[in-house]
Design a protein around this ligand. Structure first.
Ligand SMILES: Cc1ncc(COP(=O)(O)O)c(C=O)c1O
Length: 445
């Protein structure tokens, strides 16, 4: 062993065997960007370079890195009981975490199904929606509706309901009986909106078009991200989500919010449910739930959904669904410790307080090289660049590489730079993020 007692080398001898996810493997392996440590707002490379984390890892380390309270809880639980199944057995930490979660989720979204990722949360939510209509005697409601430019992870349900071309086009027919409403992105009307765009509430009516086409009696659920993250921080037009809720209620269609990114403080509230004051029937989460320390997702369901399963099942198992690791003890204690930190440090409120400073920082890029739109809500932001002629996405990718070389981690999707730092970010670090991007954009042609 080298590397201070860790059982792996600091610099891998061979990068070939690991087939990296959502990565240009050839490019990466020719010029690897490795991370070897992380603390608070920074990553550290094996050669000791400090990288400011502008993305909370992958929209997930909301309380910053290396939080001792979480690490200690994981270690203590691993020593006490590493694993126990939650099929016909249970352990206290999972119940405690579920109770703590429903305490901070508004309304009566007060039952929680545990998964291991955002993708599993998406597929779990879709399956619960289908089964719900079944147990309620509405078995013809089988159609699932997503939205163009939506991202709900990479399992079959989420991929099918999702609306990202590259994520779908290689995988055959995907699930049958899926349709999509149009997306809400419209630079012509909404460029440089600052927060929720004023134009576009009526885009929710696209759901009525699908109801006309398929009939409500065949539609089980609509799944959307309240703010689409992975396709470039698409903030919903003012009133849009409320209107979607009204249409769903009118037609007995379940509304599912995918809050894998917006959950746990990203918008300056616990969830987008609070921020927009719109209550869906199901909410999917993951990422910030455990501050990304141990993989875990949680699907919140309204009381009426849970009750329907319990009331309509005479005996035995009510929902034939679950994962070996649903409510894993290490994830559960990590989740409890994470919620403690959010509360003790008031991180959701902190994000709300910082959001106007964040917006001002973002708008320092207005008029910058190639910038055709700036979007923000809470502590998330999207910087849309004009695509390079004949080479879409190249400009943003070059910006990503140059930011990394300049000591800043950003994320790019298409020609959009997306930002979502940990909620512990300071004002001077916000300045550093936007100064670095501004300087990098000056050097990108
Ligand atoms: C909105 C949304 N849903 C689902 C997922 C998938 O989560 P995971 O990668 O944990 O499966 C993501 C990941 O970025 C996401 O942003």
């Amino acid at each position: 062993m080298d590397n201070d007692g860790f059982n792996y080398p600091d610099r891998p001898n061979d990068l070939d065997a690991f087939w990296m996810p959502f990565t240009a493997n050839k490019g990466f392996k020719n010029a690897p960007r490795l991370m070897a440590g992380a603390k608070d707002m920074h990553y550290f490379t094996p050669d000791g370079r400090k990288i400011l984390d502008g993305t909370a890892g992958l929209w997930c380390s909301n309380a910053g890195h290396g939080r001792e309270k979480i690490a200690e809880a994981i270690k203590k639980q691993a020593d006490r009981m590493d694993f126990a199944p939650n099929f016909q057995l249970g352990h206290p930490a999972a119940f405690e975490l579920a109770n703590r979660l429903v305490e901070i989720m508004p309304g009566d979204l007060n039952h929680v199904f545990f998964t291991n990722s955002g993708s599993e949360s998406a597929d779990t939510a879709l399956k619960i929606a289908l089964a719900y209509h079944n147990v309620c005697g509405n078995g013809s409601k089988t159609r699932l509706i997503g939205r163009e430019r939506g991202y709900h992870g990479t399992n079959f349900g989420g991929t099918s309901v999702g609306g990202m071309v590259k994520n779908r086009m290689f995988f055959g027919g995907l699930l049958g009986g899926v349709d999509h409403i149009r997306h809400t992105h419209d630079i012509e009307h909404n460029a440089f909106s600052k927060g929720e765009p004023a134009w576009g509430e009526h885009l929710a009516d696209d759901l009525e078009r699908l109801v006309q086409l398929h009939d409500a009696s065949t539609i089980a659920a609509v799944m959307v991200e309240p703010v689409a993250g992975s396709t470039g921080v698409l903030v919903p037009p003012r009133g849009y989500l409320k209107r979607l809720r009204e249409i769903c209620t009118k037609h007995n269609i379940l509304l599912i919010f995918d809050e894998v990114i917006t959950g746990f403080g990203r918008l300056g509230t616990g969830f987008a449910v609070d921020f927009f004051g719109v209550e869906p029937d199901i909410v999917t989460t993951a990422k910030g739930l455990t501050n990304a320390t141990v993989p875990m997702g949680a699907v919140f369901c309204k009381k009426k959904i849970y009750d329907a399963f319990l009331e309509n099942t005479k005996a035995g198992i009510e929902l034939f669904h679950g994962y070996t690791y649903s409510g894993h003890p290490l994830a559960a204690v990590a989740g409890i410790a994470t919620l403690d930190i959010y509360k003790e440090e008031g991180l959701f409120e902190r994000a709300a307080e910082l959001s106007s400073y964040w917006e001002d920082g973002l708008y320092s890029l207005k008029g910058g090289n190639h910038v055709i739109d700036l979007r923000n809500l809470g502590i998330m932001a999207g910087i849309e660049l004009e695509p390079r002629p004949q080479a879409p996405t190249a400009r943003a990718m070059e910006s990503f590489h140059k930011c990394f070389d300049a000591g800043l981690l950003v994320r790019v999707t298409g020609d959009i730079i997306a930002l979502s730092p940990p909620l512990i970010v300071s004002k001077s670090q916000i300045d550093e993020i936007f100064d670095t991007i501004g300087n990098v954009l000056k050097t990108v042609d």
